[in-house]
Write a protein that binds this ligand. Structure first.
Ligand SMILES: *[C@@H]1O[C@H](CO)[C@@H](O)[C@H](O)[C@H]1NC(C)=O
Ligand SMILES: *[C@@H]1O[C@H](CO)[C@@H](O)[C@H](O)[C@H]1NC(C)=O
Ligand SMILES: *[C@@H]1O[C@H](CO)[C@@H](O)[C@H](O)[C@H]1NC(C)=O
Ligand SMILES: *[C@@H]1O[C@H](CO)[C@@H](O)[C@H](O)[C@H]1NC(C)=O
Ligand SMILES: *[C@@H]1O[C@H](CO)[C@@H](O)[C@H](O)[C@H]1NC(C)=O
Ligand SMILES: *[C@@H]1O[C@H](CO)[C@@H](O)[C@H](O)[C@H]1NC(C)=O
Ligand SMILES: *[C@@H]1O[C@H](CO)[C@@H](O)[C@H](O)[C@H]1NC(C)=O
Ligand SMILES: *[C@@H]1O[C@H](CO)[C@@H](O)[C@H](O)[C@H]1NC(C)=O
Ligand SMILES: *[C@@H]1O[C@H](CO)[C@@H](O)[C@H](O)[C@H]1NC(C)=O
Ligand SMILES: *[C@@H]1O[C@H](CO)[C@@H](O)[C@H](O)[C@H]1NC(C)=O
Ligand SMILES: *[C@@H]1O[C@H](CO)[C@@H](O)[C@H](O)[C@H]1NC(C)=O
Length: 628
């Protein structure tokens, strides 16, 4: 790849051997203004030079692999320079990073006078300052945010990224800390081991196994497997503390210019303290954690970067006597050691709110509602919020009245009144998502029942489908099945809806609140057709669970559904029906439909809570919609 430095090629060209080729002599320099200057490892896997992260005139001196920095002089953001920066390997043996026209010292290795005679970057990614015999200073012993295979991470080392840090404790615990104070991740050895460690260290094997070593352990203790361990060739794996406060294992195939996450220490990103900044609220959109403000009483500190947190539009000091508590359902303010001991009280939910309101030293509180009876009272300090329908807790935040709730797009479910004012897109996604989830869940149950009791299991699953079909139709239309109105020509809603569907008048069925905004009508049409199939009056004609999922996902073509006609008609969609079996089944069908289908949906939604975060989110936001 790139040559070592020019000095090397000029002065030492005739003396270089394959081993010495990587040695960088005293007096060498590289500068940010010449992107061609860098020092490479012998086989070119790693190189040390200036890189830019894309922002204008912002440079780092970094060791890179595939273009990704795995070590940054001065760390991040400490080592930021501009294009005038230079790296100098001084004759004293000191390595200095200088910035700007004034040559301000940004970072140095502090190795002057230690007999350093050369530097080298080896093919494991270690950059070494050495005297004739030993390494005096190395990047493996002075890591910034990354641990590479072959690197020995001890209790003396710290990974840092912004305000976040990662440490290995003497006890063998791994910790992630915010601003050197709040420990939001602390994972220890299996307590049943009961061993006092002597000199624990961490290492990542090239095949992707991250382990803890200690002389007093019978062998290495595995902390995490990269999900692609042992697979592939020419893949570099590394452990990195990211700027979002999570510790991850990445793998990156040589030359690929992509790095893929293979493990993350904190599985729920919103549990990383401070991820959304002070007074910011972390929640999830479909896939990603997103940051927002608690209510419109707040605004983003930096509108371009929601992770910078929020600030009150009116400070509490400026509204004496009119402070009130903003209620955030399904929300909590993260409380980790050492805060926990001083901020936790045993009080009920009303007291949790009131105690904070009346106390001058409280700005927020969280009533856990998880059976512990605990309430966190937050003193004026950095406050980090998390909101998700899966959280049982209710939180309160002191604001100057009146409370102005969010218009409810990013923070879905922030208050009950907003249920139906969700964006149409979200509704559509929620509808499909929750149906998929419920059907998958029910499909699992059905499969289980079916194997144990073929007759009744199969039937009950098909009646469950009947309910889902009806609920689907009600959600898309915003009307109840038994709602008989002028609009539906005084017909039962499902009958009327089918007539409109046959006329090709799908818009008439769909809730106006959906059509007034951008909505994928193909998807809506699919949902409507599937719902007609699911409410087919003859259970045996209702599609199988797997088929429903495929139809909703658009994998399978959907045949024109039959209409929800009266049972006595006897023939549906060309299939003739045995009258006696129909009447026996119709009582069953009536009883399955008898309770309001929204209540049976509610039960299904609640029972599904263990089955995954997306589903929980989807079904509880639906529950809120239903409750209006
Ligand atoms: C860097 O290298 C490229 C191609 O080798 C060359 O065209 C360019 O002039 C060089 N830039 C500098 C600043 O030397
Ligand atoms: C380097 O210089 C630039 C501008 O000359 C400045 O913005 C930047 O903060 C400096 N970096 C450090 C670490 O002093
Ligand atoms: C290299 O450094 C080691 C440890 O600091 C020291 O013991 C040794 O004498 C040094 N060798 C030379 C040639 O300076
Ligand atoms: C470079 O050297 C490293 C370490 O010896 C090795 O793992 C890697 O496969 C080598 N790469 C090439 C392209 O030779
Ligand atoms: C690079 O240096 C480290 C630390 O001294 C060492 O563990 C590793 O084996 C070296 N890698 C190569 C390819 O020489
Ligand atoms: C890591 O370094 C420490 C101290 O330098 C040493 O005691 C330990 O044995 C090393 N661990 C491994 C796995 O090499
Ligand atoms: C981090 O801690 C320092 C002192 O411990 C404090 O001055 C600073 O305000 C804290 N940073 C934030 C963002 O709260
Ligand atoms: C180590 O982690 C465990 C949880 O895995 C925790 O109970 C223990 O208190 C931690 N120890 C220290 C010293 O932080
Ligand atoms: C802890 O260790 C015991 C025995 O050493 C083992 O049976 C148990 O599964 C381990 N627990 C965890 C959570 O690793
Ligand atoms: C670990 O050390 C503590 C005190 O340092 C001691 O009380 C305890 O017995 C030791 N445990 C083991 C398993 O050696
Ligand atoms: C979720 O958030 C991420 C990051 O902000 C964004 O890229 C993505 O488009 C969002 N997805 C949806 C469905 O809004």
């Amino acid at each position: 790849m790139k040559l070592p430095c020019m000095v090397l090629s000029l002065l030492f060209f005739s003396f270089t051997s394959t081993i010495l080729a990587a040695d960088i002599p005293l007096g060498s320099t590289i500068s940010a203004s010449n992107p061609n200057q860098s020092w490479s490892s012998p086989n070119g896997t790693f190189s040390l030079g200036f890189t830019t992260d894309g922002s204008t005139n912002t440079y780092f001196l970094a060791i890179t692999y595939n273009g990704f920095p795995i070590w940054k002089a001065g760390g991040d953001p400490g080592g930021v320079t501009d294009s005038t920066a230079t790296l100098r390997f001084l004759p004293s043996g000191n390595l200095q990073l200088l910035n700007g026209s004034t040559n301000a010292l940004v970072w140095q290795s502090n190795t002057a006078g230690l007999g350093v005679s050369a530097a080298s970057l080896n093919d494991s990614g270690n950059f070494d300052l050495k005297n004739d015999t030993v390494s005096v200073w190395s990047t493996f012993n002075n890591p910034t945010d990354t641990i590479l295979p072959g690197q020995n991470f001890t209790t003396n080392n710290i990974l840092r990224s912004g305000l976040y840090s990662f440490r290995l404790l003497r006890s063998g615990n791994l910790t992630l800390t915010w601003n050197d104070s709040i420990v939001y991740y602390n994972s220890g050895l299996n307590s049943s081991m009961n061993i006092n460690l002597t000199s624990p260290s961490l290492g990542l094997q090239p095949i992707g196994i991250f382990s803890l070593f200690d002389p007093s352990l019978p062998g290495p203790v595995i902390i995490a497997y990269s999900s692609d361990y042992v697979e592939g060739t020419d893949i570099l794996r590394f452990v990195k503390l990211d700027g979002d406060g999570n510790l991850r294992i990445y793998s990156s195939a040589r030359g690929s210019r992509t790095e893929i996450v293979r493990w993350a220490a904190v599985s729920d990103q919103c549990e990383v303290f401070g991820y959304c900044g002070d007074l910011g609220i972390c929640s999830y959109n479909d896939t990603n954690p997103v940051c927002g403000c608690p209510s419109e009483n707040f605004e983003l500190v930096d509108p371009k970067d929601s992770r910078k947190g929020c600030k009150r539009k009116v400070e509490i000091e400026d509204c004496p006597g009119s402070a009130t508590m903003l209620q955030l359902d399904h929300a909590m303010f993260l409380t980790y050691p050492p805060e926990i001991t001083s901020q936790v009280f045993f009080v009920g939910i009303s007291a949790c709110r009131l105690n904070c309101l009346v106390s001058g030293s409280c700005i927020a509180s969280t009533s856990l509602a998880d059976g512990t009876g605990l309430c966190y009272l937050k003193v004026p300090a950095f406050v980090s919020g998390y909101q998700s329908p899966s959280l049982p807790s209710t939180s309160y935040l002191k604001v100057c009245g009146p409370v102005i709730p969010n218009p409810s797009t990013s923070l879905v479910g922030i208050d009950k009144d907003n249920g139906w004012r969700l964006h149409a897109g979200i509704v559509a996604v929620v509808v499909v998502g929750s149906l998929l989830g419920l059907i998958v869940l029910e499909g699992g149950l059905w499969f289980w029942c079916c194997r144990n009791s073929p007759k009744f299991g199969g039937l009950s699953a098909q009646y469950a489908l009947l309910d889902y079909g009806m609920v689907l139709l009600e959600i898309v239309s915003g009307k109840r099945n038994f709602e008989v109105s002028e609009e539906t020509n005084r017909k039962k809603f499902s009958v009327w809806a089918y007539e409109e569907f046959e006329k090709g008048n799908v818009e008439a069925i769909v809730d106006k609140r959906l059509t007034s905004q951008e909505v994928d009508m193909d998807q809506v049409l699919r949902v409507i057709q599937v719902s007609f199939w699911c409410i087919h009056e003859q259970p045996s004609q209702r599609p199988m669970m797997g088929k429903v999922v495929q139809m909703l996902e658009g994998i399978t073509e959907i045949d024109k559904p039959p209409g929800p006609k009266a049972f006595t008609e006897g023939s549906v969609g060309g299939t003739s029906v045995n009258a006696s079996s129909v009447s026996a089944l119709s009582t069953f069908a009536a009883s399955a439909l008898a309770p309001s289908s929204s209540s049976s949906f509610q039960a299904a939604g609640v029972s599904s809570i263990a089955s995954g975060k997306n589903l929980e989110r989807a079904s509880s936001s639906l529950l809120q919609s239903e409750s209006n």
